[in-house]
Design a protein around this ligand. Structure first.
Ligand code: PLP
Length: 404
């Protein structure tokens, strides 16, 4: 039986996994060193130092050897003790999902939930904490990717801190594309990964653990040890000669090294600015072309993902399939509760360049028009996106290759 292979897309404008930087792809072809080769031990320490620079933290990070779901589940398992009351903040599918892990370890999980096109507020969190002073741990998904909305993590963190609670933050799809730093937001456990805004393939979790976070883990008799879910096992692993609990993902560490070089050399402010501009141009184009954004208000729309509402009567999977087949552009669907209700355009890492917004708007508008949606004007959309880019001038465009 012969099978005709499906050609890869012309452009991957998804919300993760994302297209990788060319520098990252080259790094993946570096030799696979033995993990106890002195050169690798030295290199591993240097990569940890680069993560710490990107995090702006006083303490070294922890790298876990699996894509960020490992970091999230490990955080729940390590931090949440049997009797703990957890306040889980929910504005989307990932926030909701964290509650299921929390429930596995906690005494009780209570939730503050907003509609999945809305964002949480610090005021509502303060009220929830006032109502339940026995809460020990608060968990937040910063950017709930299947909603395309961003929560005010610094403001919420200030409230959680003031209450003396332990704060777990999932910033997997925002860190590296938005100004968010583990200590600024008061996170005790901050989880991110290189496979979103840092432009790597999936395969690692990057964590910051505060001193309070380490103390909470140490005080939890059920915190995993000698386990793939253990954070504590990796606490010293950044130091050459301390040994690894198990084999690190050598090639993924090579890729992360290259991605951090791109990020640190370009400069975080410049990186954040091009994510913001790309998303702004995209949103302007989507609206001008006659489509509707999924987030209730533009202020809460994420700079790393634009979620476009599916018009009444349109089959979202068919829309994305048409866009993929006709234009070769791969986009993301919703997930869980948002599946079928929105289409997501990723602005993450290498695709957070304004030119990609023009492609995304044209492809979305062309796809909607082909699906028979009335009132779609692709030209008006592209013109509006272009106006946003033109107004910004050349200041925020990143150097480096256009990745297609
Ligand atoms: C991508 C992502 C993760 C990691 O999960 P995946 O298995 O890669 O989907 C966790 N949290 C958020 C908010 C994410 O966007």
């Amino acid at each position: 039986m012969t099978r005709k292979p499906i050609a890869p897309p012309v452009m991957t404008l998804t919300t993760g996994p994302v297209d990788a930087y060319p520098e990252v792809l080259r790094a993946l072809s570096r030799p696979v060193l033995y993990d106890y080769d002195p050169a690798f031990l030295d290199f591993y320490e240097s990569v940890n130092a680069k993560v710490q620079r990107a995090f702006h933290t006083d303490t070294p990070p922890v790298i876990l050897q699996g894509e960020p779901v490992l970091g999230l589940e490990a955080a729940a398992a390590s931090v949440i003790a049997r009797g703990d009351v957890v306040l889980n903040l929910v504005s989307g599918v990932y926030g909701k999902g964290f509650g299921y892990w929390a429930a596995r370890y906690a005494g009780e999980v209570i939730e503050l939930e907003v509609p999945y096109n809305e964002a949480l507020t610090a005021g509502a969190v303060a009220e929830a904490l006032a109502a339940r002073p026995d809460v020990a741990v608060v968990s937040l998904c910063h950017h709930d990717t299947p909603s395309g909305t961003l929560n005010p993590v610094d403001e919420i963190g200030a409230v959680v801190r003031a209450g003396g609670k332990i704060f777990i933050v999932d910033s997997v799809s925002a860190f590296g594309g938005v100004k968010v730093l583990p200590e600024d937001c008061g996170a005790d456990i901050f989880i991110t990964g290189p496979n979103k805004c840092l432009g790597c393939p999936p395969g690692l979790s990057l964590l910051h653990v505060s001193d309070r976070g380490w103390a909470k883990i140490a005080a939890n008799p059920d915190a995993p040890k000698d386990s793939i879910l253990s954070i504590a096992d990796w606490r010293q692993a950044h130091l050459a000669g301390q040994g690894f609990p198990f084999t690190p993902s050598v090639s993924e560490i090579n890729a992360l090294d290259a991605a951090l070089d791109v990020y640190l050399a370009e400069g975080e402010e410049a990186v954040w600015a091009r994510h913001a501009l790309t998303a702004k141009a995209c949103r302007a184009g989507i609206v001008a072309a006659g489509m509707r954004l999924w987030p209730a208000r533009e202020e809460i729309a994420s700079p790393t993902c634009t979620a476009v509402a599916t018009p009444e009567g349109v089959d979202e999977a068919a829309l994305r399939a048409l866009i993929r087949a006709r234009y070769g552009v791969m986009l993301s669907s919703g997930r869980g509760e948002t599946l079928g209700r929105l289409t997501r355009i990723g602005h993450m890492g290498p695709t957070a360049k304004p030119t990609y917004a023009l492609v995304a708007v044209a492809a979305m508008a062309g796809g909607m028009r082909a699906m028979g949606v009335k009132g779609i004007d692709p030209g008006a959309g592209v013109a509006a996106a272009l106006s946003v880019i033109d107004a910004a001038g050349e200041t925020v465009l990143s150097p480096g290759a256009i990745v297609v």
